[in-house]
Design a binder for this molecule. Structure first.
Ligand SMILES: NC(=O)c1ccc[n+]([C@@H]2O[C@H](COP(=O)([O-])OP(=O)(O)OC[C@H]3O[C@@H](n4cnc5c(N)ncnc54)[C@H](O)[C@@H]3O)[C@@H](O)[C@H]2O)c1
Length: 248
């Protein structure tokens, strides 16, 4: 059996920050980026959950915290090639029961956090790079950012915001930085396990033409594509990883 040297891997030598990278989809993104030769650093409010992987404590709602995390990453690794803005929470409640604290918390993590992460990464990105080497911002939205769903008003609003924020940044930061959205459907993580519909999605793949929910790794593979040289001519796009549950 031949082993591939890390120098020949598509992301060798590159450095990425992955918010919410300690668990779930973010942890899978770190693993796939690592497997392609990159250093992936989890920026997470609970870095201990990253268990043995490289992680920096970071609350994506807090400007001081996010700036400090990028400064620490740059101090250690001396470069930044991209960010995967993945940290998110979900609140499942009818409108009448959703408190303003619920709404503000969801928007703060899922939308303000994506804005703040992009803004704080910007000073570290190199300009004028060849197409395949351009810095990447990959923002994790959700199919619910297109569809809407009863009892997910704050979550859907936050994810719709991420999709439009991505388009605005893609236009503003072109041609130096490529900015794209990943919009997963139901994915088997702690977040999905907390939802009321978990059993019907997981047992029956309800409403999903491919008949099941995604694994975190399947979502991570799309994130790695958006971080890598093969997506060099894509910006402002949405990749829907949802088994066909929503088609546009
Ligand atoms: N699981 C799904 O079905 C699904 C579907 C579509 C989109 N998404 C999106 O994918 C992303 C990841 O979801 P997941 O299922 O892996 O969730 P998860 O709950 O398994 O993991 C979320 C991670 O984010 C971290 N986090 C939470 N608040 C944070 C903060 N303020 N600052 C930094 N880190 C914070 C958590 O500690 C955790 O490590 C989220 O944006 C989510 O909305 C998930």
């Amino acid at each position: 059996m031949t082993t591939q040297s890390t120098e020949s891997l598509p992301l060798s030598g590159k450095v990425f920050a992955v918010t919410g990278g300690a668990r779930g989809i973010g942890a899978a993104v770190c693993s796939v980026l690592n497997a392609r030769g990159a250093i992936a650093v989890a920026f997470d409010i609970d870095p201990a959950a990253a268990a043995g992987r490289e992680a920096i404590a970071c609350d994506v709602t807090d400007e001081t915290s996010v700036k400090a995390a990028f400064a620490a990453l740059h101090e250690t690794h001396g470069r930044l090639d991209g960010v995967v803005s993945n940290a998110g929470i979900m609140v499942e409640k009818p409108l009448a029961e959703t408190t303003m604290e619920d709404f503000d918390r969801v928007i703060a993590i899922n939308l303000r956090g994506v804005f703040l992460t992009a803004k704080s990464a910007l000073p570290y990105f190199r300009k004028g790079m060849p197409d395949a080497e351009k810095p990447r911002i990959v923002n994790v939205a959700s199919e619910l950012g297109h569809l809407g769903r009863p009892e997910y008003a704050a979550y859907c609003a936050s994810k719709g915001g991420v999709i439009t924020l991505t388009r605005a940044l893609a236009r503003e930061l072109a041609p130096d930085i490529l900015v794209n959205t990943l919009a997963p459907g139901p994915t088997d993580t702690d977040m999905l396990r907390a939802e009321k519909n978990y059993d019907s999605w997981v047992k029956d793949g309800e409403g999903i033409p491919l008949g099941r929910v995604a694994t975190a790794e399947e979502v991570a593979l799309a994130a790695a594509f958006l971080c890598g040289p093969d997506s060099r001519f894509m910006t402002g796009t949405i990749i829907d990883v949802n088994g066909g549950a929503a088609m546009y």
